[in-house]
Design a binder for this molecule. Structure first.
Ligand code: HEC
Ligand code: HEC
Ligand code: HEC
Ligand code: HEC
Ligand code: HEC
Length: 212
């Protein structure tokens, strides 16, 4: 056995350790980017400028679509204008401190700067109208009953929060097969047959469909 110099004896394990750490960090990075379900719990929502509560409004039988008018029409669901809040709140609970912020914004022509809860990166496009119309039409339900597939039971939330991962794997998994599990059995059967027979396209899985 040739004698190994002390410097090499020390250097080998250190280099090995650094390599292991480097590889681990890279691997976790890749896994996190592509398969992030177990890694990044959904972020908590920010503090809103007005303590708006979905539960109080939904229990008062105000439809999601009344406030989120874009859901069946455009890419964005859209948020209600100050005028829409004021329409009710010039009367309803007008002396509550939170509600008085609405009158202030209305009278001063100021917007309410709501903090976004969901936020996809800029290189991704998501369209509400296609999704909401597809699930509502195929299941024969109202558009507002289709929101829970991705947003959970917003009607019972005090503070709106993200409940579904909505990362790339989640989108692609649903487009491949899982979308059928959100359909009533007869609708799922009808769509499956139509796709197999080439009468309709399945949801897109090509990169360009979701990325600009
Ligand atoms: C269609 C009518 C209607 C619209 C539109 C509406 N609200 Fe309300 N709002 C209500 C009702 C009804 C309640 C519950 C009243 C109760 O609990 O007695 C309520 C309760 C509230 C409360 C709770 C007040 C408190 O002190 O407990 C806040 C804050 C509020 N609304 C803000 C808003 C904001 C902000 C908007 C616009 C994004 C809005 N509302 C739009 C009808 C409306
Ligand atoms: C009275 C108006 C009103 C009604 C009715 C309403 N919303 Fe909202 N919604 C808002 C406002 C204002 C915000 C922004 C403040 C917040 O995030 O709480 C919001 C935020 C949201 C968000 C988070 C948006 C983001 O920033 O990512 C979702 C998801 C949502 N609403 C879904 C629903 C669903 C589903 C329903 C029906 C069950 C519904 N909303 C009914 C007014 C309303
Ligand atoms: C297939 C999943 C899916 C369904 C179904 C869905 N959403 Fe969304 N929603 C998303 C995603 C993803 C985002 C984030 C979009 C972004 O950041 O560009 C979002 C964002 C939002 C926002 C905030 C941003 C915006 O678009 O204005 C609101 C409000 C909202 N959704 C409401 C609703 C309502 C109300 C319904 C039902 C009528 C609904 N969504 C159905 C996935 C969905
Ligand atoms: C719950 C299942 C589900 C989830 C989750 C989902 N989608 Fe979809 N998506 C569908 C279905 C079903 C269609 C096809 C609708 C049709 O054929 O009318 C579709 C269609 C699309 C289209 C094509 C729309 C058009 O008008 O051509 C895009 C783009 C898209 N989805 C992006 C996304 C993105 C980005 C996400 C994740 C943030 C996502 N989807 C999450 C079910 C889903
Ligand atoms: C059904 C929609 C959909 C399809 C199809 C899709 N992506 Fe994505 N992709 C997303 C979403 C959503 C994100 C953003 C996830 C997040 O919130 O960080 C994303 C993120 C990415 C990222 C960035 C990773 C990161 O962590 O930021 C890359 C790179 C990427 N996609 C490449 C691709 C390639 C290559 C394809 C085709 C093989 C593809 N995507 C197909 C929805 C899609």
């Amino acid at each position: 056995m040739p004698k190994v110099p002390l410097a090499v004896k020390i250097a080998v394990p250190i280099v090995g350790l650094l390599l292991t750490i480097g590889v681990t960090i890279t691997a976790v990075g890749i896994l996190k980017a592509w398969w992030s379900t177990p890694f990044s719990p959904v972020q908590p929502s920010g503090t809103q400028p007005i303590a708006f509560r979905h539960d109080l409004h939904v229990i008062a039988k105000i439809d999601c679509q009344f406030c989120h008018r874009g859901v069946t029409l455009t890419e964005a669901a859209t948020l209600p204008s100050v005028e829409q809040c004021y329409f009710c709140h010039q009367v309803v609970l007008k002396d509550s401190p939170e509600v008085s912020k609405i009158a202030y914004a209305f009278q001063n022509g100021e917007p309410i700067n709501w903090v976004r809860v969901h936020r996809l990166p800029d290189h991704v496009q998501f369209v509400h109208d296609s999704h909401v119309r597809f699930f509502a039409e195929q299941n024969g339900i109202a558009p507002s009953q289709a929101c829970s597939i991705c947003h959970g039971d917003v009607g019972s939330m005090k503070i709106a929060e993200q409940v579904r991962n909505l990362k790339m794997r989640d989108c692609v998994d649903c487009h491949r097969n899982r979308y059928l599990t959100y359909l009533a059995p007869d609708a799922a059967q009808r769509i499956r047959t139509a796709v197999v027979e080439g009468q309709r396209l399945p949801p897109p899985t090509d990169c360009a469909a979701c990325h600009y």
